[in-house]
Design a protein around this ligand. Structure first.
Ligand SMILES: CC(C)(COP(=O)(O)OP(=O)(O)OC[C@H]1O[C@@H](n2cnc3c(N)ncnc32)[C@H](O)[C@@H]1OP(=O)(O)O)[C@@H](O)C(=O)NCCC(=O)NCCS
Length: 155
């Protein structure tokens, strides 16, 4: 597996991966290419958008770390990191998410982020299990969501 920064050339494959998650009921947010470009690959508040691919160039998953802006719709404290993780259904539970978080965690340290928020659907057991395993802890529970916080250690 190779980990690298996402580029515009990844947008169609990332969109296809998200559509596969949508089809399985694992995603409710948009999954089209325009959304992937504006919210993930070219989001101006990004700290990192990292892709994992196999040795044939197939996208296995990706992780986005951005900085919460003032008035963000998720109620995250401005200046904290916000993280999202999306692994293709056929690549799950093989260590891709764990590897991606190693990259994002280091990027958070370099960017000087103190905390990272992960907002997970309250019934998304795999998402909750994943962020627990990465060291996130629940700190607030808005309707239908469980928000976990990771305290970024000094580099
Ligand atoms: C949740 C998700 C990000 C996990 O990524 P992954 O690459 O499968 O995770 P990894 O294989 O790196 O697993 C790391 C650890 O997370 C935990 N974990 C992963 N999948 C899990 C599951 N289905 N149930 C419980 N714990 C799980 C485990 O502790 C695991 O360690 P282990 O395999 O040594 O026991 C991935 O399944 C996914 O993208 N799901 C759909 C979208 C989603 O729910 N995103 C996150 C919330 S927004």
């Amino acid at each position: 597996m190779k980990l690298r920064d996402a580029t515009l050339a990844d947008v169609p494959r990332i969109s296809a991966l998200l559509r596969a998650l949508t089809a399985l009921g694992k995603r409710t947010r948009p999954d089209d290419e325009a959304f992937v470009r504006s919210h993930y690959v070219e989001n101006p508040v990004n700290v990192a958008c990292t892709v994992a691919e196999d040795d044939t160039g197939r996208v296995l998953g990706f992780q986005v770390l951005s900085v919460a802006a003032a008035g963000n719709p998720w109620g995250v404290t401005p200046g904290w990191g916000i993280i999202g993780t999306h692994i293709g259904p056929d690549a799950a539970r093989k260590g891709v998410g764990r590897a991606l978080f190693g990259v994002s965690r280091a990027a958070a340290q370099r960017a000087g982020l103190a905390h990272i928020d992960a907002s997970i659907g309250a019934t998304n057991d795999e998402g909750l299990g994943y962020y627990d395993a990465m060291g996130f802890e629940t700190y607030r529970t808005p309707e239908g969501r469980i928000c976990k916080r990771f305290d970024v250690p000094p580099a």
